[in-house]
Design a protein around this ligand. Structure first.
Ligand code: 3PG
Length: 394
């Protein structure tokens, strides 16, 4: 089985995969466009921020699993993967502490203007008078937007600073087509610091727009270590200029694809914005934890067929009926049940057959798109190897 690792990945974990007799190709230099050819002939693909676009997915002949060695999966064209039945998995929680640590660092940097201190010193400017005006963070109010793994780690650290912590969790409803962006009008006006910890989805895109900035306090701090898409950068520039909002970002819209080179952004020339180089997850500790989880996902899948952290599994299906058939575990019994369902032209959306201890009896749960007619249910019931059936609407 061929595994392509198309991003920086610790050697120790490349070797671990090789020990399991996988044909591992490790090439961190590959970029988005290279994947079209490089992934053509592989079974599994591991990436960090390298984009996996539609063309790469369409061109891949054997690709079965893409593992995002990190949390956010917005660099992978999941819609294209869905069309070809390619599993996409991620490693949630493995780099949360690293990201939270950076967000805390950015918060202190904003309060003490640490980057400006350093730049001035390097330029031969001494300004103790100017830089001695920080307010301090103790007793200040922080609004954490997104209360998943990273938001929780940030909260723990903010509480230990003696800050008042408010959270707004919208991740639980992701994928259900529901927007719940209420309460921002109450929370943002009292927040001295706002820290964003959200995934990039159609629901969070440009969540921070002119309206959201209008709720924020004059001079408040905004930190974003999650995804660039969540902030409308033109609205951000207006808020910085008009409301003196001070900002620290680890992500921005024109982030270069490569790991080194030039960088250009409309945010560069704006006073009051600090930007780091998308390094939130890039500590040795976090990268090892993510790599370990990536290896676990791949090996578990090979051994058990189960995908851990499978992100493109349908959150809800079109099934409105459930049929449970308890039957003797003999060859052909399940096939005959399925045959009856097929005669009725019913689509089975999900199926799980589990065997009771001892191996004599099994129970099969099917989620159906349409209901079974009574005569079909009777046919199933009359099978001498079927013990009981239950058919309900969901
Ligand atoms: C993540 O989603 O895990 C972080 O943004 C890390 O991205 P990186 O692996 O490219 O550093």
């Amino acid at each position: 089985m061929k595994v392509l690792i198309a991003d920086k990945f610790p050697d120790k974990y490349v070797e671990k995969l090789k020990e399991h007799e996988l044909d591992v190709i490790y090439d961190p230099s590959l970029g988005e466009n290279d994947l079209v050819n490089a992934a053509e002939d592989v079974d599994m693909l591991v990436v960090r921020s390298t984009k996996v676009n539609e063309q790469a997915i369409l061109n891949a002949k054997k690709l079965n699993l893409i593992v995002r060695a990190g949390a956010g999966v917005n660099n992978i064209n999941i819609a294209a993967a869905n069309k070809k039945g390619i599993y996409v998995a991620n490693c949630p929680g493995m780099n949360s502490i690293a990201v939270a640590e950076l967000a805390i660092g950015l918060m202190i940097s904003l309060d003490r203007k640490i980057p400006d201190n350093v730049i001035d010193f390097r330029n031969g400017v001494w300004n103790k008078a100017g830089y001695s005006k920080a307010e301090g963070l103790h007793g200040k109010t922080v609004a954490i937007i997104g209360y998943g793994n990273i938001g929780k780690e940030f909260a723990k650290r903010a509480i230990s600073f003696g800050m008042n912590v408010y959270v707004k969790d919208i991740t639980r409803i992701e994928g259900y087509g529901v927007k719940d962006f209420s309460e921002f009008d109450k929370m943002l006006p009292i927040a001295d610091v706002v820290s964003i910890h959200l995934p990039a989805t159609s629901q969070t895109k440009h969540l921070f727009d002119d309206k959201m900035f209008s709720y924020m306090k004059e001079g408040a701090y905004l930190i974003n270590t999650s995804r660039a898409d969540i902030i409308d950068e033109d609205a951000l520039i207006r808020a910085v200029k008009e409301k003196k909002i001070r900002v620290a970002l680890d992500v921005f819209s024109e982030e270069p694809e490569g790991k080194k080179g030039e960088v250009k952004s409309k945010l560069q020339g704006v006073d009051g914005i600090y930007i780091t180089h998308h390094i939130g997850a890039s500590t040795e500790q976090a990268q090892n934890a993510v790599a370990e989880e990536t290896v676990r996902i791949i090996l578990d899948y090979i051994e058990s067929g189960v995908i851990a952290h499978w992100v493109n599994k349908a959150k809800k299906t079109d099934s409105h009926y459930q049929l449970v058939v308890k039957h003797y575990d003999k060859p052909g019994v399940l096939a005959s049940v399925l045959d009856v369902i097929k005669q009725d032209d019913i689509n089975i959306e999900e199926v799980e057959n589990t065997i009771f201890d001892g191996g004599l009896v099994a129970t099969c749960t099917m989620k159906l798109k349409q209901p079974c007619k009574d005569e079909m249910l009777n046919l199933i019931k009359n099978n001498p190897n079927v013990i009981t059936i239950s058919h309900v609407g969901l």
